[in-house]
Design a protein around this ligand. Structure first.
Ligand SMILES: [Zn+2]
Length: 223
């Protein structure tokens, strides 16, 4: 079982960031801690939302450490102020980073009809694929808002992996990936504990039941 961490903006929080998103921004010092842990342990890093700090802060630190991360980008934000440009996405991709979809406009898929989810995913994966010159087949669920209906739509679209906000460990070949959110205020010890603590059987059973409650049969696709 592997650990996947979910990150967002890095460094000091810019003024445009809405109040409710601020707790998800972490300092450069905390990010350095995460990177050094990821270098030493089997940890997958994922960075959501397409903030310009993806290229300004994350990429240089990742390259120095010699590790790769996945970047999930809401495609309607590309080239708008404070977010990555097409060129930034090409730079991330050329540096060996993986690019995935985070929808177009960062909407809650649980609150829109099937056709709207499908259109959101299709349009975003096509836009990103055009930029990097390769198919894009992975998604991270905006706000982690997913249920069995959302999973059904994503599966029918041929998405190969879904990165959720269900916490816990994940099977490297599973279809659903559980991710653990790193938030501001977490200490180096908190983060180290998150990465190194071994799941007991009870923890694994609880994680499965939690996923089952939201995902139904799709919970079996966690690996
Ligand atoms: Zn997001």
């Amino acid at each position: 079982m592997s650990v996947c961490l979910m990150l967002h903006g890095l460094g000091s929080v810019p003024a445009h960031v809405p109040e409710q998103e601020k707790p998800y921004w972490i300092s450069e010092a905390t990010f350095a801690e995460v990177v050094s842990l990821a270098r030493d342990a089997e940890v997958q890093l994922t960075i959501d939302d397409g903030n310009s700090t993806d290229v300004e802060i994350a990429m240089p630190a990742l390259l120095t450490a010699g590790i790769k991360a996945m970047f999930f980008i809401p495609s309607d934000r590309i080239g708008t102020p404070h977010y990555v440009s097409e060129h930034d996405i090409q730079t991330l991709h050329d540096a060996g980073m993986e690019i995935g979809s985070h929808g177009c406009a960062h909407v809650r898929w649980t609150e829109v009809p099937d056709e709207a989810i499908a259109a959101d995913v299709r349009r975003s994966t096509e836009r990103l694929a055009e930029i990097i010159g390769e198919p894009v087949r992975t998604v991270a669920v905006p706000y982690g808002a997913c249920d069995r209906r959302v999973f059904g739509v994503l599966h029918a679209l041929g998405i190969t992996r879904v990165y959720t906000s269900f916490s816990g460990r994940y099977m490297p070949n599973g279809w659903i990936v559980r991710r653990n959110c790193i938030k501001s205020g977490m200490t180096p010890t908190d983060i180290r504990t998150l990465v190194t603590k071994k799941d007991t059987l009870a923890c694994k059973a609880l994680a499965f039941l939690r996923t089952w409650r939201h995902a139904g049969r799709a919970a079996l696709w966690t690996g």
